[in-house]
Design a protein around this ligand. Structure first.
Ligand code: ADP
Length: 662
């Protein structure tokens, strides 16, 4: 100790107690980490330390003799002065205040000042002593935090997204203000509970919430559920709740955080949209059913009219005068036109209702073209138009399409190219790969062309672009139907046209990625005619004796029954049994063994369809051939001819099936 004492510098002379206390005070005052100031009772600085100068930006000389008010923010002067006065008056003890000084540079600095009273030895108040801490940084951080909280609150309010936190150790919760707003709970609750939330949950959704929550925890997956809230006034709100939970190592849930978004408007819009869609679909279904029924109801008597006209034309009932022939032709033309129109409307409605079934398969375009040409040749010949199909030099790839629909598309384009051509004109059909992955069938004519100002109406149903005044038969549906069919098959349709020179319509369809010939051999051969007739059942080709020719005809339309009865009168040794329904046909089949059943399967009535199905099944079992009258007409239509029931052809088909001919 002594040694150490020796090394230590000793003051030259020992200090008195008051001198020592003075020196200590000076050291503390000048080197303190906090600001210290003395002032008189008016608040005039008498002494300030270095740290106080640092905080305020003034020198001690600049401060001494000036009042605290001169460097205090105007908003904080009054409170500081009042508290000081109370301190001096002895009505309060030392006080602490957070206030602002204005630094010499003009900046504001936040301080925490603690003011005490220095007293004389006799106890009388003597000076005010202020100890000042710079809390500027803390205050700015706090302000920034408050501003950010306000912004968050505003954002939550605008987006209607609230947030929550759950501490799973004690199930305590923190809810943002917006959550109270969404739940419409007045004010905020310090300790919100799950029960408080559940009060607002729609009773029917409570089980779902529990299940989703349990699953999320079991799988440690995020929670995501949209459910309903039921407000006290019976209003329903929709909320989308998303949350995430953190877990302890042993899998115990620790903390969940999440958001609750009010999605009522979006949900109501979705519901309205769905309802609108459903009612549109149901309206469409009703329209479809109506059209299907109407088309059947119209087609049947119309076919009877046309059938009678054909029978008259055969002059079986007696020779016709030239005028009568002419009238008959008019009846048949008008009837066919009507039939075509009905069929087209039905097709269009079917496509719109998405009720058209397609069988997309690799197809050789040239085969389809080849099959369609004979159907249109008569029409071309009548206008002295030459049809020319360009044969490609190299094999074409197969295209992906529905064979029957493609033929329908092609026939529509071809018949237009003939109808809107000049007498003696020409139609050129080409098939080529024009853009990668697509094969193009083009139909070029040398016809009247389409005026540029009317081209926009080309694919609009029932729009005939003025052709109605040209005595060219048509309905204005063909192209719109064609376009829809092409698009359904994944293709495109387009055209080019020059008035008085002609038009080219083209269809692009996807390539199947196979070379012609490969798939073609795998496809069933296309029958040249009679396609709409049900394929003859086993045994239909077997020759049977004349006595066994019994025809069972299922039809409820008396006009039709009479027509067929009379038409069959032309075939000798055929007996005809007519029944109204397929059920009756089944009964009749027990007592007779028909050689052929003649039925119209085109009737869309579902009940009748069902019993027809049963009849067809029994017929198949008993190897009785069936001739579908309706399919006959429908296929004639899809093959583009628009032919009604063709009596001579029907008779020859019956003869073929029951073994009289072929
Ligand atoms: P439709 O031939 O039954 O009137 P479409 O829908 O097939 O109905 O055609 C609509 C209209 O487009 C026709 O009425 C006709 O004015 C015009 N049009 C179609 N194809 C051609 C063509 N190749 N040349 C000139 N005009 C055509």
């Amino acid at each position: 100790m002594k040694q150490a004492d020796k090394k230590r510098p000793h003051p030259a002379a020992p200090m008195s107690e008051s001198e020592e206390s003075d020196s200590l005070f000076h050291a503390v005052f000048n080197q303190s980490g906090v600001g210290i100031c003395y002032s008189d009772f008016e608040g005039v600085f008498i002494r300030v330390n270095a740290r106080f100068c640092e905080i305020t930006g003034y020198t001690a000389e600049e401060l001494v003799g000036h009042s605290f008010a001169e460097i205090t923010h105007p908003d904080d002067i009054a409170i500081d002065a009042r508290l000081g006065d109370e301190l001096i008056a002895g009505t309060r003890g030392p006080y602490t205040l957070e206030k602002r000084y204005i630094r010499k540079s003009g900046e504001i600095v936040w301080v925490r000042i603690t003011v005490t009273l220095a007293r004389k030895p006799d106890g009388t108040p003597y000076r005010l002593v202020g100890v000042i801490e710079d809390i500027n940084h803390m205050m700015l951080t706090e302000q920034a935090l408050r501003a950010s909280e306000t912004r968050l609150r505003q954002a939550q309010n605008i987006a209607r997204i609230a947030s929550y936190e759950i501490d799973h150790r004690d199930e305590s919760r923190i809810w943002s203000e917006e959550l109270f707003a969404i739940l419409e709970i007045e004010g905020t609750v310090d300790n919100p509970t799950f029960e408080l939330f559940e009060q607002r949950v729609h009773p029917q959704d409570r089980a779902l919430i529990q299940k989703t929550n349990a699953e999320a925890i079991a799988n440690r997956a995020p929670y995501d559920l949209t459910h309903r809230l039921l407000m006290p006034d019976e209003r329903i709100k929709y909320v989308e709740v998303r949350g995430q939970t953190s877990y302890a190592d042993d899998g115990t849930p620790l903390r969940s955080v999440g958001t609750v978004q009010d999605v009522t408007n979006r949900k109501l819009a979705e519901i309205a949209l769905r309802q609108a869609k459903e009612s549109a679909e149901s309206a469409n279904r009703a329209k479809m059913d109506f059209l299907a029924n109407m088309s059947h109801e119209l087609r049947t008597p119309l076919n009877a009219i046309l059938g009678y006209a054909q029978m008259l034309e055969t002059e079986h009932a007696g020779p016709l005068q030239p005028k009568q022939r002419e009238y008959l032709r008019d009846i048949m033309t008008g009837g066919r036109h009507l039939l075509e129109l009905i069929q087209d409307i039905l097709e269009l409605a079917k496509i719109d209702a998405g009720r058209i079934g397609l069988k997309i398969e690799p197809i050789d375009a040239l085969t389809v073209i080849g099959d369609a040409l004979p159907l249109i040749e008569r029409m071309a010949a009548a206008r002295a138009i030459t049809l020319h199909v360009a044969r490609p030099v190299t094999a074409l790839p197969l295209m992906l399409a529905d064979r029957v629909r493609l033929r329908q598309v092609f026939l529509n384009l071809l018949s237009n190219a003939i109808k809107y051509n000049k007498l003696g004109g020409r139609v050129d059909v080409t098939c080529a790969e024009t853009r990668p992955g697509f094969l193009r069938i083009s139909v070029r004519d040398t016809g009247i062309g389409i005026k540029p100002e009317r081209q926009a109406e080309l694919f609009v149903p029932f729009s005939r672009l003025g052709a109605e005044s040209m005595a060219i038969e048509g309905t204005g549906i063909g192209l719109s139907l064609t376009k829809k069919l092409v698009e359904l098959m994944g293709g495109r349709i387009g055209y080019q046209s020059v008035v008085e020179e002609g038009s080219t319509f083209w269809v692009d369809l996807p390539i199947a990625g196979q070379v012609r010939g490969q798939a073609a051999s795998a496809e069933p051969p296309i029958p040249a005619h009679g396609e709409g007739l049900q394929p003859a059942r086993a045994g239909s080709n077997s020759r049977i004796t004349r006595e066994e020719r019994r025809l069972l005809y299922v039809e409820d339309n008396p006009a039709y029954v009479r027509l067929i009865e009379r038409a069959l009168g032309q075939i000798p040794a055929v007996s005809l049994t007519t029944v109204h329904t397929a059920e009756l046909a089944l009964v009749a089949m027990r007592s007779m063994a028909p050689s052929l059943i003649l039925i119209d399967c085109g009737d869309p009535d579902p009940l009748r369809q069902e019993s027809r199905r049963r009849l067809l099944a029994v017929a198949e079992q008993r190897r009785i051939p069936v001739l579908d009258f309706g399919a006959n007409q429908a296929s004639e239509r899809t093959s583009g001819g628009g032919e009604p029931v063709d009596i001579p052809r029907l008779l020859s088909e019956i003869e073929r099936r029951i073994g009289i001919s072929g």
